[in-house]
Design a protein around this ligand. Structure first.
Ligand SMILES: N[C@@H](CCC[C@H](N)C(=O)O)C(=O)O
Length: 290
């Protein structure tokens, strides 16, 4: 089967975008994996699918598949690209839309400066159920670990890490590090992604606080590996930092692929707002193996 696609990126988190407004393409997990493959397919961190409105008051349905072919609940950088795509393709003439995801409705809006702001909905801080153990941590991390909700034993080495579990519709484990450049993203990311504490697996965020309104972040994404940026990861990291009293909204999140700005009042009932870039890279057609 030959399909048309658009390649997009938001802060370097890259996507293949598919249009199913005229009907489902019926792709299987292995075909999503093929599209995401950087050697044999197009290459992407996630595949985003645009579907028609599922209900009154909603403009589109938004499906997300990770590079491993699994369908997931939410993708923040993808949401900005989704809004840019449907507007540029003439699928809507609205600059502000409401989009149904697997876990609720999000509301992206195109800004005059070319960026996109998304109301990502309410965050959820998952309650504490594991005792603390601060031994072996640097002083600054130990200080904040007193308030840290969850201690995890790293399965492959003797260290304990302290994480804040945050749901942005999809699951995140945010940990504080002194320096993202030397953080153990490659070694601890994959083992924490599949830690038994997270039966659905988890996106693992490594957060460096530079000031109350400036952080650096790297994320080892579930089903994809480390990406240049993770939008929901940035939201989760800022929610964790604000909940711990380390950050004040709005917060600039510097990722390896670009800058995202996250705003949250600190009230559980209020939504997280994310602002950042969304860019079309190229378009094409590809033959998918049957
Ligand atoms: N890149 C994303 C998140 C994509 C889904 C994630 N890997 C998961 O499995 O939950 C973002 O920008 O939020």
């Amino acid at each position: 089967m030959d399909i048309r696609f658009t390649k997009m990126q938001g802060a370097g988190n890259d996507f293949v975008v598919l249009d199913e407004t005229a009907g489902p393409l019926g792709l299987r997990a292995d075909q999503y994996r093929f599209l995401a493959d950087r050697h044999f397919g197009v290459g992407a961190d996630q595949i985003l699918t645009v579907r028609p409105s599922p209900a009154a008051g909603i403009d589109f349905e938004y499906l997300i598949h990770n590079a491993d072919g699994g369908e997931v609940e939410q993708c923040g950088n993808g949401a900005r690209c989704f809004a840019r795509y449907v507007y540029d393709k003439g699928l809507t003439d609205k600059q502000a839309i409401r989009v149904q995801t697997q876990k609720g409705v999000i509301a992206p809006e195109l800004m005059a400066d070319g960026r996109v702001t998304v109301n990502m909905g309410q965050p959820r801080l998952v309650p504490d159920d594991v005792p603390f153990n601060t031994s072996g941590l640097t002083a600054v991390v130990q200080h904040h670990a007193q308030k840290w909700p969850l201690a995890l034993q790293v399965p492959t080495d003797p260290s304990t890490v302290f994480i804040v579990p945050v749901s942005m519709g999809n699951p995140h484990a945010v940990m504080l590090v002194d320096d993202v450049d030397t953080a153990p993203v490659e070694s601890q990311g994959p083992v924490l992604e599949s830690h038994p504490r997270f039966p659905e697996r988890v996106n693992v965020g490594f957060l460096q606080v530079q000031s109350e309104q400036q952080v650096r972040l790297r994320v080892f994404e579930r089903g994809t590996g480390e990406t240049l940026a993770c939008g929901t990861g940035a939201c989760a990291a800022v929610v964790a930092g604000i909940a711990l009293g380390l950050l004040q909204s709005p917060v600039d999140v510097q990722t390896r692929g670009g800058l995202l700005t996250i705003a949250w009042s600190g009230e559980a009932a209020d939504p997280v707002m994310m602002t950042g870039p969304a860019t079309t890279v190229f378009e094409g057609q590809i033959r998918i193996p049957d």
